[in-house]
Design a protein around this ligand. Structure first.
Ligand code: PHE
Length: 468
């Protein structure tokens, strides 16, 4: 390992608990609220969960652990870690890190926009402005939030402003550093998120007709599980666990030396799935008790949820709680995304952290504005198409469908074939202090033969090279 003297002064997480909450904070995001619960319900409930767990075991946990190994062994940013682990300053593997930095930007361009909508709805809910909202009001409100129909920049100012508010908060938090920023914030927000979500669950599950919503989520139906459902479960596992874009390499570089990394990966994956299920239990019983159709995506979060929550007793308070927990989820995920280019700038380009935070926020605000202005097809830049897609969709497509699966695949190949098995064993057994040799052998087998094959399949399918 190449460790310079500066590395001994490098900041890191202070304990196993801090590692857990930070990593979970990255995994838990908008995906848990608007994607996972619906996909589960619509694709066979309990049967989908079984498939998802298999995907987690064969792809999610192996890639996550692989990224932890590279980060903790390399003790540097995404690019520097590859350099340190290979011992070669010019290793071509460092391009995997560079791809990670690129993906992080692409995701931030649109994620900060959507997070801005969430912040806006929280503000509206907390100030009581969503109380008693009607069916005819939810859609115009959402259209105004996303800047639909904006003829000029002035008409699109509101979503831009909220995106800047999000960036201001995330930028301030991240500039405080790994311990006083990321660690302190995720350690506070993640437990609070659990409290808020359970409050929403209790209310939702005591509504008349709640049973139907629970049945939607958990009823086991294996007939719905097709090849394409399996592939979407794989893709979901990947995005959910923030893999393939060096987030977990960067966070892994801050892990304590005695962290049991396989164990951390399993606990994070399980807790993240638990959050998704708890979110589903807050959403679908409420939706079904008002005889509405379950759905996914922005329509669910910004139209259906305000509508049904505002109709139940105590609904306005709960709606505010619900959007607050969604704000927490999105914010802790964004901290982990932006940390990738920040660590890169600080360590590779020698820029001080506060300045790196500022520069990154400015880049994201500038380029991210193109996503914000094109989120709706009638928005100010909605008509502009690059490679047949709006800016918003382009950033999402390039990162989720192309860069992240390739990044994950290369990570699995790097850990499976390039690093010596003895090194993997050293890292996963914490230099032989853990007695888990059988598990490690099993891990090496999966990461060599199974994970890459499955990731290749996802990539070929999402890019349309093969159609399943
Ligand atoms: N896991 C986050 C979510 O579910 C998204 C994310 C992707 C975060 C990649 C970091 C990196 O919303």
């Amino acid at each position: 390992m190449l460790l310079s003297s500066a590395d001994s002064k490098r900041e890191g997480f202070s304990s196993g608990l801090a590692v857990f909450f930070a990593t979970l904070g990255s995994a838990v995001g908008l995906g848990n609220i608007w994607k996972f619960p619906y996909l589960t319900g619509a694709n066979g409930g309990g049967a989908f969960l079984v498939i998802y767990f298999i995907c987690i075991a064969l792809v999610g946990i192996p890639v996550m652990t692989g990224e932890f190994i590279i980060g903790r062994r390399g003790r540097s940013n995404a690019v520097g870690s590859f350099r340190n682990v290979t011992g070669n300053p010019n290793t071509p593997w460092r391009f995997v890190g560079i791809m990670g930095v690129l993906s992080a930007y692409l995701i931030m361009f649109f994620y900060t926009d959507v997070a801005g909508w969430v912040y806006f709805y929280f503000f509206k809910a907390a100030t009581g402005q969503l109380a008693g909202i009607t069916k005819d009001q939810v859609e115009p409100l959402f259209r105004s939030v996303v800047g639909a129909g904006a003829k000029d920049l002035k008409g699109a100012m509101s979503p831009l402003l909220w995106q800047w508010i999000v960036l201001g908060l995330v930028g301030t938090a991240i500039s405080m550093g790994v311990r006083s920023g990321i660690e302190r914030i995720t350690k506070t927000l993640m437990p609070l998120l659990f409290v808020l979500i359970i409050m929403c669950d209790v209310r939702a599950l005591t509504l008349p007709g709640a049973k139907e919503g629970v049945a939607f989520l958990f009823k086991v139906d294996f007939s719905k599980v097709t090849a394409s459902v399996i592939l979407s479960a794989l893709g979901l596992a990947f995005f959910k666990l923030s893999l393939g874009m060096s987030t977990m390499i960067t966070y892994g570089s801050y892990f304590t030396q005695d962290n049991r990394m396989l164990n951390t990966a399993v606990r994070v994956a399980a807790s993240d799935t638990l959050v998704s299920m708890l979110a589903g239990l807050a959403i679908f019983p409420t939706v079904f008790s008002f005889h509405m159709e379950p759905s996914a995506g922005p329509g669910l979060l910004f139209m259906t949820i305000p509508l049904v929550f505002s109709q139940i007793p105590m609904g306005s308070v709960l709606l505010a709680c619900f959007f607050l927990l969604t704000c927490f989820a999105a914010t802790t995920a964004m901290l982990s995304i932006i940390e990738v280019p920040i660590a890169f700038m600080v360590e590779e380009l020698g820029i001080k952290r506060p300045k790196a935070a500022l520069v990154n926020c400015l880049i994201i605000a500038l380029v991210g504005a193109t996503a914000t202005l094109s989120a709706d097809s009638t928005g100010y830049l909605g008509h502009v198409k690059v490679l047949g897609k709006s800016f918003f969709d382009l950033y999402d497509h390039l990162s989720s469908n192309i860069l992240m699966p390739i990044g994950g695949l290369l990570t699995a190949l790097f850990v499976g074939y390039f690093i010596k098995p003895a090194t993997v064993e050293e890292e996963l057994s914490n230099n032989g202090t853990l007695n888990n040799q059988g598990l490690i052998r099993c891990y090496i087998f999966i990461v060599r033969y199974i994970t890459p094959a499955l990731l290749l399949l996802v990539f070929l399918n999402t890019t349309g090279i093969i159609k399943i």
